[in-house]
Write a protein that binds this ligand. Structure first.
Ligand code: 5AD
Ligand code: FES
Length: 357
C-alpha cells in the first residue's frame, strides 16, 4: 500500500474508529518510517484533544508474588522454584499507600499473583482500610481471574477499577501461552463480568509473545472495540530465564509503539499506560510511549526489598530505586516530552461515579 493510502486509512480510523481487518493489518505491517511518524503524531493529537499535556500516575504495589497459575511466559508462575516468594503484610501495604499519597499519588494499584491467601474477606478489608485513610483515592485491583460474586464483593468494598490483560484475543494462541487448566473463555467472562458490575476495566495484550501474528493482533483490536475498556495495558513480551519461554525472542518497542498509537485512535479517550516493560526493552521506551499516544505511567511503590522478586521478566527497570527517586526521575522524563504529571484520580472521562463512592 502506498504511503498516501496508508495515511488515508488513518483519517478513516480517526473519523469512524473502525477499519476492515485487511486495513488494520496494513497499518500493523506498513514498512515506512514516514507513516509511523504520522501515526504517532495523529495519536498524540488525539490524546491532547482529551487530556491536553496531562500525564496520570498510578502507584503500583506488587503485594504478593505467590501465584497458583503456571503461564509459560511469567517469572512468578507456580512452577518456578527459583522465584523467592513474598507477601506484604496489611501494614506494609498501607505504609506504601501513605508514602505514595505524600508523593502525590491518588490511585493505588494492588497487583499480585493469584494468591489464595488473599480471600475476598482479606482483600475487602484491605480495600476498606485504604479507602478509609485515603477517601480521595481510587483503588485498582490486578489480581487475576475470580468468580463474579468475588468481583461483586470487592466492588462493594470500594474497589474502583480492575486490570486483567486478555494477553491475546486468539483462543488457540492463548492456549499456546497457558497450560490447559486455564481457559480463554473464562478470561473473557471475567472481563465481561467486571464491566457489567461497574468497574473501570483494563484489558490488553502482551505484544510479540511467542507465536503472536498480525492476524492475532487484528483480533486483539477487534476485542478492544467490542469490550470498550476504560484502560488498555500493553507491553512487549520479554523472556524470563526461569520459564519455558526463556529462549524465545522478545517483542519489539517499535510494534508496541505502533499499537499504542492505533489503540489511541481506536479508543480516543482510553487510559493508556506507557508500561515498565516498554521502558525495559528500550531505555527511552516510556517517553516514546507518551509521544505515541500514551497518557499514564505506573511507577512502583513496593518496598525496594521486594522489587527484584516480582520478576515477571528479566532486566526489569526501577527495581533498585525508592518510589521518591522514581518520581523524580519520571518527572524529568515526562518534562522532556513536553507533558507534565498531574495529581488526581485520573478517572476515564466517560466514567460516572456512583452515589456514595
Ligand atoms: N514479559 C512481558 N510481560 C509479561 N507479563 C507477564 N510475564 C511477562 C513477560 N515475560 C505481563 C502479562 C500480565 C502482566 C501482569 O504482566 O501481560 O498480564
Ligand atoms: Fe524509576 Fe527512573 S523511573 S528510576
Amino acid at each position: 500500500m502506498t504511503e498516501k493510502n496508508l495515511i488515508s486509512l488513518l483519517t478513516k480510523l480517526e473519523r469512524t474508529q473502525d477499519l476492515s481487518d485487511e486495513e488494520f493489518a496494513s497499518l500493523l505491517e506498513a514498512d515506512s518510517s514516514a507513516f509511523c511518524a504520522e501515526l504517532a503524531l495523529r495519536a498524540r493529537n488525539t490524546r491532547e484533544r482529551y487530556y491536553g499535556k496531562d500525564v496520570y500516575i498510578r502507584g503500583l504495589i506488587e503485594f504478593t508474588n505467590y501465584c497458583r497459575n503456571n503461564c509459560y511466559y511469567c517469572g512468578i508462575r507456580r512452577g518456578n522454584e527459583r522465584a523467592q516468594r513474598y507477601r506484604l503484610t496489611y501494614e506494609e501495604i498501607l505504609a506504601c499507600c501513605k508514602a505514595g499519597y505524600q508523593l502525590g499519588f491518588r490511585t493505588f494499584v494492588l497487583q499480585g499473583g493469584e494468591d489464595s491467601y488473599f480471600t475476598d474477606e482479606r482483600l475487602a478489608g484491605l480495600i476498606r482500610a485504604i479507602k478509609k485513610s485515603h477517601p480521595d483515592c481510587a483503588v485498582t485491583l490486578s489480581v487475576g481471574e475470580r468468580e463474579r460474586d468475588s468481583y461483586e464483593k470487592l466492588f462493594e468494598a470500594g474497589a474502583d477499577r480492575w486490570l486483567l490483560r486478555h494477553e491475546t484475543a486468539d483462543k488457540a494462541h492463548y492456549e499456546s501461552l497457558h497450560p490447559a487448566e486455564m481457559s480463554w473463555e473464562h478470561r473473557l467472562k471475567c472481563l465481561r463480568d467486571l464491566k457489567s458490575i461497574g468497574y473501570q476495566v483494563g484489558c490488553g495484550m502482551m505484544v510479540g509473545s511467542p507465536g503472536h501474528t498480525t492476524a492475532h493482533l487484528v483480533k486483539d483490536l477487534r476485542l478492544l472495540q467490542e469490550l470498550q475498556p476504560e484502560m488498555v495495558g500493553i507491553g512487549p513480551f520479554i523472556p524470563q530465564q526461569d520459564t519455558p519461554f526463556a529462549d524465545q525472542p522478545a517483542g519489539t518497542a517499535e510494534l508496541t509503539l505502533r499499537l499504542l498509537s492505533i489503540i489511541r485512535l481506536l479508543l480516543p479517550q482510553v487510559l493508556l499506560p506507557a508500561t515498565t516493560a516498554l521502558g525495559t526493552i528500550d531505555p527511552q521506551g516510556r517517553e516514546k510511549g507518551l509521544l505515541a499516544g500514551a497518557n499514564v505511567l505506573m511507577p512502583n511503590l513496593s518496598p525496594v526489598s521486594v522489587r527484584k522478586k516480582y520478576a515477571l521478566y528479566d532486566n526489569k527497570i526501577c527495581t533498585g530505586e525508592e518510589a521518591a527517586e522514581c518520581i523524580r526521575c519520571l518527572s524529568g522524563r515526562v518534562a522532556s516530552t513536553g507533558f507534565h504529571i498531574v495529581k488526581g484520580r485520573g478517572d476515564h472521562p466517560g466514567f460516572k461515579r456512583k452515589e456514595g463512592r
